[in-house]
Ligand binder design. Structure first.
Ligand code: ZN
Ligand code: ZN
Length: 67
């Protein structure tokens, strides 16, 4: 089996987990949509307690806390 696993929060209960950074990154969103991805992380104000990803909006994180 090749390829490295990209961690995401499989325990996330949010209905919008498909918008969360760890999920979209695991789907390769940052590679297929680099500009949109940049917009989500630019001037990040929040960080996910679970995966450590940063985002400008808390809507894009599983367990956000303000930086
Ligand atoms: Zn999530
Ligand atoms: Zn996360």
């Amino acid at each position: 089996m090749a390829g490295k696993k990209i961690p995401q929060n499989l325990d996330c209960k949010s209905e919008s987990h498909d918008k969360h950074m760890c999920y979209i990154i695991s789907q390769g969103y940052h590679l297929s949509n680099p500009d949109e991805y940049d917009a989500l992380v630019k001037d990040a104000e929040f960080k996910c307690r679970h995966c450590g990803r940063r985002a400008k909006s808390l809507d894009n994180l599983c367990e956000p806390f303000r930086l």
